[in-house]
Design a binder for this molecule. Structure first.
Ligand code: NAD
Length: 268
């Protein structure tokens, strides 16, 4: 049987680590060629490419580029396009730092907005016209529960994620009638995770572990108990499984959605 995403090319930004790596593996397992991307040491790049291939990707290649810089985003999109047209674009690379609004440096604001929000604008502008022309395309923007509700000490992050949800809805509307059920259509959705166990949230785990004599498990439990009613971390592979489903032709009418994967966080 032909794999579901056989013949598709997926670019997953920030896929050398965490959620992006989980998505790269899931799309590879579904048969897509995967453009792995991130700011990472050579051994981490190689490990991510090998992980995508081991999961089943017929081909995986690494591409770099600091997504805070629009010129580098342009170069990234050109380099991937030279390999093949982007059918699946996953805007996942992101950063966060917890700090009170009054103490947040303007440079932090600029960096978080550039990476978490503006980068998606630039990549979507480059990739989406081709998706429309081919009648199939998937844009999956990894937002956050913080694109749906706020928490204190995350002003730049929450702003970037609310913006990403809005950007995704606009693009979903503009491309809603592209293609058809047979070709798969062009859809744009956000995945909105709660806590996912990745390096991004280690500082927040560590801060709580410190209050429990350095016990990391106690730190994780404390973090979950504050917001996530399931009291379970999501894993990157869980997010990957949802991303792969969104790429199926059967998902042709799911567009403009912001899908929480948050153990009930935003149900409260
Ligand atoms: P991570 O730190 O494990 O991975 C981040 C990835 O982004 C890495 O591949 C890194 O190389 C890349 N990256 C960082 N800065 C970059 C830059 N300037 N240019 C290009 N690439 C850059 O983090 P993660 O937890 O996997 O986060 C992935 C996405 O998921 C982020 O957008 C984050 O906001 C979102 N998210 C994470 C959680 C969570 O609990 N971990 C929850 C909700 C949303």
């Amino acid at each position: 049987m032909t794999a579901m995403l056989s013949g598709r090319l997926a670019l997953v930004t920030g896929s050398t680590s965490g959620i992006g790596l989980g998505i790269a593996k899931a799309l590879g397992a579904a048969g897509a060629r995967v453009a792995v991307h991130g700011l990472a040491a050579p051994e981490e790049r190689t490990a991510a490419v090998e992980a995508a291939q081991a999961a089943g990707a017929p081909e995986a290649r690494f591409f770099d580029g600091d997504l805070r810089d629009p010129a580098k985003i342009g170069a990234l999109m050109d380099a991937v396009a030279a390999w093949g047209p982007v059918d699946i674009l996953v805007n996942n690379a992101g950063m966060q730092k917890t700090v009170a609004l009054a103490d947040a440096e303007p440079g932090l604001w600029d960096a978080v907005i550039a990476l978490n929000l503006s980068a998606a604008f630039h990549t979507m502008r480059a990739a989406m016209p081709g998706m429309k022309a081919r009648g199939y395309g998937r844009v999956i923007n990894v937002a956050s529960v913080h694109g749906l509700v706020a928490s204190k000490e995350k002003a730049p992050y929450v702003t970037s994620k609310f913006g990403l949800v809005g950007l995704s809805k606009v693009a979903a509307l503009e491309y809603a009638d592209a293609g058809d059920r047979e070709s798969g259509g062009v859809t744009v959705n956000c995945i909105c995770p709660g806590w996912v166990e990745t390096p991004l949230i280690e500082p927040q785990i560590a801060a709580r572990a410190d209050a429990h004599g350095g016990d990391r498990a106690a730190g994780v439990a404390a973090l979950l108990s504050e917001k996530q009613p399931s009291l379970r971390m999501a894993q990157p592979d869980d997010i990957g499984a949802l991303a792969a489903f969104l790429c199926a032709k059967a998902a042709h009418n799911i567009t403009g959605a912001a899908i929480p994967v948050d153990g009930g966080w935003t149900a409260q």
